[in-house]
Write a protein that binds this ligand. Structure first.
Ligand code: MG
Length: 162
């Protein structure tokens, strides 16, 4: 019987001046960027948590503690590659990923395909297995007033070996 496992990831980061805005591994020109220990790529963080959840690897806080200086300013795509390696090592293959960015601005539509490609490449999977979408929250809440961004992701993985 095919052994499929699903995982969900959710993450939030604050927006601040003087930081690069990195989403799905794409640097997007914007007046603010996300605050965090790594590059604070909220979309990739949600994807990692979804994968970690599906493969029962815990969460990214456990895998990459933000108290560890090794992860200071690190590209989240590198961490995603590490999650992919751990998945393979524990006998899981990624079936597909669907990720959603919640942000009022900037418009990210022109970058979504590149984000999906970056995520797929970091995991060594086909680009058609990854979908990236974005929505505003109609000006409501912390995404609406521009104080932060959030992301959700779901991932389906298949257990290939016990
Ligand atoms: Mg995070």
């Amino acid at each position: 019987m095919t052994d499929l496992r699903i995982g969900h990831g959710y993450d939030v980061h604050r927006l601040a001046g003087g930081r690069k805005l990195i989403l799905g591994g794409v640097e997007i020109p914007w007046e603010k960027g996300l605050l965090g220990h790594s590059d604070a790529d909220v979309l990739v963080h949600a994807v990692m948590d979804a994968l970690a959840g599906a493969a029962r690897l815990g969460d990214i806080g456990k895998l990459f503690p933000d108290t560890d200086p090794a992860y200071q300013g690190i590209s989240s795509l590198k961490l995603l590659g590490e999650v992919g390696r751990l998945l393979g090592e524990t006998g899981f293959a990624v079936v597909n990923i669907d990720a959603a960015l919640l942000a009022q601005a900037p418009k990210v539509a022109p970058y979504k395909a590149q984000m999906a490609e970056n995520i797929a490449a970091a995991l060594g999977i086909e680009a058609e297995r990854v979908n990236v979408k974005a929505t505003t929250e109609e000006g409501l809440g912390f995404t609406g007033d521009g104080s932060g961004m959030a992301a959700h992701a779901v991932a389906l993985v298949e257990r290939l070996s016990a």
